[in-house]
Design a binder for this molecule. Structure first.
Ligand code: FES
Length: 151
């Protein structure tokens, strides 16, 4: 196979390896695009609709290209109690996107995750894996501006 998804044979080629193939795509590309669905369908000999069905069933797969800065809002118990819903609302107000979406300029995307492991510093979020703790409206705006300035 040539082109962007030429690594697919690494996942094998029988239909039973379909999920493995999709996981490989996601780890390489960060998400599973429409082009990837077509390539996976052709590679494993499975109809595109079936590939889409697998993608819908397993929450681990992303269908939207992640932003340059991936924001993970912690919605574990401690962060939930301390206002993760409010964090999500502030982010929506600042960036105009919600969970699972990416800004038009491709800079930010948002996902909700379980505990980030710093519950005593709730509420928390991570940007590309870097944790920002004890968030309030002011610190959230400052953090977003810092990432914007880097571009
Ligand atoms: S619940 Fe958010 S860090 Fe643990």
């Amino acid at each position: 196979m040539s082109g962007a998804f030429s690594y697919l044979p690494e996942a094998g080629s029988d239909k039973g390896s379909l999920i493995k193939g999709l996981q490989l795509v996601q780890s390489r590309e960060g998400y599973v695009s429409d082009d990837a669905v077509r390539a996976v369908s052709a590679h494993f000999g499975v109809p595109e609709a079936e590939v889409e069905g697998v993608l819908t069933f397993y929450a681990q797969f992303k269908r939207t290209k992640p932003g340059k800065y991936q924001i993970s809002i912690c919605d574990g118990t401690a962060c939930h109690i301390k206002g993760s819903t409010q964090i999500a609302a502030w982010l929506a107000a600042e960036l105009g996107i919600g969970n699972g979406q990416t800004t038009e300029d491709g800079l930010f995307s948002i996902e909700t995750v379980a505990c980030l492991g710093c519950c005593s510093l709730a509420p928390c979020m991570a940007v590309n894996g870097k944790v920002h703790a004890k968030l309030d409206r002011k610190s959230l705006t400052r953090i977003l501006n810092e990432y914007k300035k880097m571009n």
